[in-house]
Design a protein around this ligand. Structure first.
Ligand SMILES: Cc1cc2nc3c(=O)[nH]c(=O)nc-3n(C[C@H](O)[C@H](O)[C@H](O)COP(=O)(O)OP(=O)(O)OC[C@H]3O[C@@H](n4cnc5c(N)ncnc54)[C@H](O)[C@@H]3O)c2cc1C
Length: 425
């Protein structure tokens, strides 16, 4: 008789797990509460799906157990992932190591996973919300003792709004709380918690930061190269550089996303946080000082409003001047040393208090999740509940932007699928 595997969640990790388990000869059912599987995959990489990255290292992931992600990712690597996708018909292209499907269509990745799952005989039941997972021998809360499947060590009853399913292995791949419109509403955490797992508070990550500053409306729409640092209690918590986007409520863009999880955690701990922006990252502080001082001499004939023409965005210049108490109409020759020094400071270290991150609705991923100390990295099996496997973003692992979160979903999904579906463990 085939081993019965139920997968909760038909996202990236659940679909990969389903294919892997079926390839091992298991009878697989994916239970998905949305009307179709893989909704989040469609929104990845702005619809192009940054599937993975040729460089996958420890520093690309954050987890309470630092070494946990690489223990998993070394078992099913980026090269294994490329082979897997090649075998299911997706050829890929690299853009500076960032991997996309050759068609640059996220739908192609989802379609290939769906087609392969169907080919492997995976049953997909949509609009089926999982309410609880009951291991054999445990009460379902209504005084009933679900039967232990014959001849199997582990057995489960999975209660859903479409009835109860029995199986010998469960893979919990229900995602996080990020982008709930795609189906990941956080119910997976409740399912894991009810089985005794510890949940490290999920918080929005890869998300915009809301800042304080009356001038923000004037800055809205500006995109510029910058270094973005996150500061708390005099210490730099994180930094990144790239294209910064200024909005009417704060900062966005890749460098903001990369540091945002540290802002989430610090704010959650009640600490004060600010962003420090360097608008001239190509020059050091000393070079900027020399550059601006020389320019103030050679362009003394200009009005201050034209002083940084050709250096910085005009709207940004207006705000930097105002914050340095320099009027746009006054002559550059009239700017005293103190205000020139302030201008240099504002160009290199423009600081804004962070009041909040944007919500889970806007976040690409969550930091926090099921404590990885309770999961075996070799198999993705729970250390607390034999026969329960966990995959994807539900775990306390978050990657930076660049294909790292999907790689986490593929690796954990396939390892969980192989181990849950195989007879040898
Ligand atoms: C806008 C956006 C862009 C992104 N771009 C990228 C990118 O380019 N590269 C990258 O690496 N990462 C990207 N990510 C992150 C990446 O998409 C996720 O990390 C990844 O999809 C997580 O996969 P998962 O299988 O763990 O969870 P999900 O894909 O969220 O799947 C979980 C599934 O479980 C279902 N479910 C949840 N609870 C239940 C329940 N109780 N019963 C039944 N079903 C349930 C959900 O409906 C969902 O389908 C992006 C995310 C977003 C939001």
């Amino acid at each position: 008789m085939k081993r019965q595997v139920i997968i909760i969640g038909g996202g990236a990790s659940g679909l990969a797990a389903g294919i892997a388990a079926a390839m091992e000869g298991a009878q697989v059912t994916i239970l998905e509460h949305m009307d179709r599987v893989g909704k989040k995959i469609l929104s990845t990489g702005n619809g192009r799906c940054n599937m993975t990255n040729l460089s996958v290292r420890e520093e690309h992931y954050r987890c309470s157990q630092r070494q946990f992600p690489m223990k998993v990712l070394d078992r099913f690597s980026v090269w294994d992932t490329l082979t897997f996708f090649d075998e299911i018909g997706v050829i890929t292209k690299s853009k500076n190591g960032y991997i996309y499907p050759n068609s640059e269509q996220a739908s192609a990745v989802l379609d290939a996973l769906r087609l392969e799952a169907a080919h492997q005989g995976v049953e997909v039941i949509t609009e089926c919300h999982v309410i609880s997972i009951i291991p054999s021998g445990r009460s379902n809360g209504k005084g009933k003792q679900p039967e232990k499947p014959e001849g199997k060590k582990a057995g489960f009853q999975v209660l859903t709004d479409k009835g109860t399913f029995s199986c010998s292995r469960v893979i919990l791949a229900a995602g996080s709380k990020a982008a709930p419109v795609t189906g990941s509403d956080g119910s997976g955490y409740e399912l894991a918690k009810a089985l005794g797992h510890r949940i490290i508070t999920p918080l929005p990550a890869l998300v915009q930061l809301r800042c304080q500053g009356a001038f923000l409306k004037q800055l809205a729409g500006i995109r510029c190269e910058a270094v973005v640092k996150l500061k708390s209690e005099g210490k730099i918590l994180a930094a990144d550089n790239g294209e910064l986007q200024l909005t009417d409520y704060g900062v966005s863009g890749i460098p903001t996303f990369q540091i945002s999880r540290y802002a989430s955690v610090a704010l959650h701990q009640g600490r004060k946080v600010s962003v420090v922006l360097d608008f001239l990252p190509a020059k050091s502080m000393e070079e900027t000082r020399r550059f601006i001082s020389r320019r103030a001499r050679t362009m003394a004939y200009r009005i201050a409003g034209d002083f940084l023409t050709g250096v910085l965005n005009k709207k940004l210049t207006a705000v930097l001047l105002k914050q340095s108490r320099i009027s746009a109409e006054e002559p550059v020759s009239g700017i005293d040393a103190e205000r020139l020094h302030q201008l240099i400071q504002n160009i290199k270290q423009f600081e804004m208090p962070v009041t909040a991150t944007n919500s889970f609705e806007q976040a690409q991923v969550c930091c926090g999740g099921v404590d990885t100390r309770e999961v075996k990295p070799e198999t993705m099996e729970s250390r607390l509940v034999p026969g329960l496997y966990l995959a994807g973003e539900i775990l306390d692992v978050d990657g930076i932007c660049g294909g790292y979160n999907l790689q986490w979903a593929w690796s954990t999904g396939i390892i969980a699928g192989r181990c849950a579906g195989g007879w040898k463990n």
